[in-house]
Structure formats: C-alpha cells, structure tokens
Design a protein around this ligand. Sequence first.
Ligand code: FER
Length: 282
Amino acid sequence: MKIALLTGFLTALGLVISSIKEKGQQALGLAPGGFDVSSGINKGKVDSLKYYSSLLNSERKALIYTPPGYSPAHTYPVLYLLHGIGGDEYSWFIDGQAHMILDNLIHQGEAEPMIVIFPNGRAMKDDRPLGNLFSTEKLASFEQFEEDLLGSLLPAVEAAYSVCTDSGSRALAGASMGAGQVLNIGMAHPDVFAWLGAFSPAPNTKSPEELVHLAARQQQMQDLLWISSGLEDRLLPIAESRHEYFEELDLAHEYHLSEGGHNYELWKNDLYWFAKKIFKPI
Ligand code: FER
C-alpha cells in the first residue's frame, strides 16, 4: 500500500516536472517552511506614507516597510510592490505577508536590507477596490498610475526616507494587474528601475511588440527582467507569449513557472525568490 502511494506520488511528481520542462524552463522551488511566518525577532516596521499626487491634485496613501534596524545613517535600496485588480495598498501585507517574508530573508542575510513601498495602483480619487473592479474608469486608473508613481510617489519616498536614488537601487514588482504595470512602466524606464518582477501578468500588459518597442527606445536594459506564472493560471498565455517573443529577440529575461494558480500562495513564493536576487551583483 505504502509502495503504491509512493509510486503514485513519484509519477505525479515526474509529470509535474516534465510539464514544467516542456515549457523550456526551470521550475521555481518552494520557499522553505515558515518563510512567511514571523519568527518574532528582528522585525521591520510598517507605516503609512501620505504623499501629494499632482496627477489627482489630492493626498494619497501608500504603506512603507522599513527593515529591522532601519537607520537614517544608512541608505537603502527600495522595492515598489504592486497589487492586483481586487487589491489595494494593504494586500501584500494581509494576503502576501510581505513584511514577514522580508523580515526572515533579511534576518538570515539572504536579502539586502531594503525598504518596500506598497502603493495603491489605482490612481483615482476613490481608490478603494469596491464596486465593478473592471469598470473603464478603474482600469484606466491602473494605467494612470505610471504618472503618479514616477511624478509623485517616488520623489516623496526619496524626500522622506534615507534611500539610494540610482536605478540599480530601485526595483518594481507586482502581481497580476500589478505585473502588467511592472512590464508597461518598467520596461520603458530602465533609467528608473533596474530590477523588474512581473508575477502572473494580467490582460492590462501591453503586447509583446509594444513592450519590446518601449524597451528598444532605451539606452540600457534592466539588470533583471523576471516574468513568472502558475501552470494552472488561465492567464498563463500572457506570460508565456511575452517570454516567447523576448526569447525570439534575445531580450535577456528570466521566465519562471511553478505549480499553482492565480493567487498569493504563488506570489509569496515569487516574492521570496525575487527578493533574494535583487540589489546584488548579477
Ligand atoms: C482580466 C482578467 C484578470 C483582466 C484583469 C485581470 C483587465 C486581473 C486580475 C488580477 O489582477 O488579479 O480580463 O482584465
């Protein structure tokens, strides 16, 4: 009985691995157990950050994570981490335990001590994720966020906190609608963000041709252009088609597939591996 179970398990595992290999990519491993749980020691701090949005002519709010031992005597790299269509500035804390993932990685010396900014990527006056999330106005607000991020939020962060301001010290990552924003905004701005992480990009992602066109107009490339997706995600073709086109054109990028769907279970794992890579020599 036990042997039959084990054989079944190994067969299933083999199928999973071969389905990942067929896509020509290495599977992302699973983060070690407890990676998203607070160990209770060396905790960073979460605050809110109010900033004036010149796009909306009003005050907006983002959340900010400062790493354990944050001191204005040092300068820190900054990761901007974006949510999906039903999310807001709280999502990566409530659903993604991003602060605990970062606490653990930084405590273990696996990630650079960094500041993480959690913006609200819906750049409109009422930015709550209520009502029809797919309304024309709400979808447009995800696009408008580019101006809010670059023109208002970034300068506000850099004025208020002790951060490095070179592109090599700025990363932009996000899930789903946030991943679309990462590719759309990030690929046009390697001078601003050297590290991009697009986890399960949504249909707001510009076409492969448009993205390459945006990238080709720049003088430089990102240090890391990461695209990932779950194998059971119905949006997988969005990631897959960008990956295939980039590969055809020899545009340097990483493509990671893992078991799972379109949810924070997967995105937490993405964040774990992505956070370990950024702000380090490549
Ligand atoms: C869509 C399906 C999913 C879409 C957006 C999403 C704009 C976004 C999902 C998410 O952010 O989780 O057709 O169109």
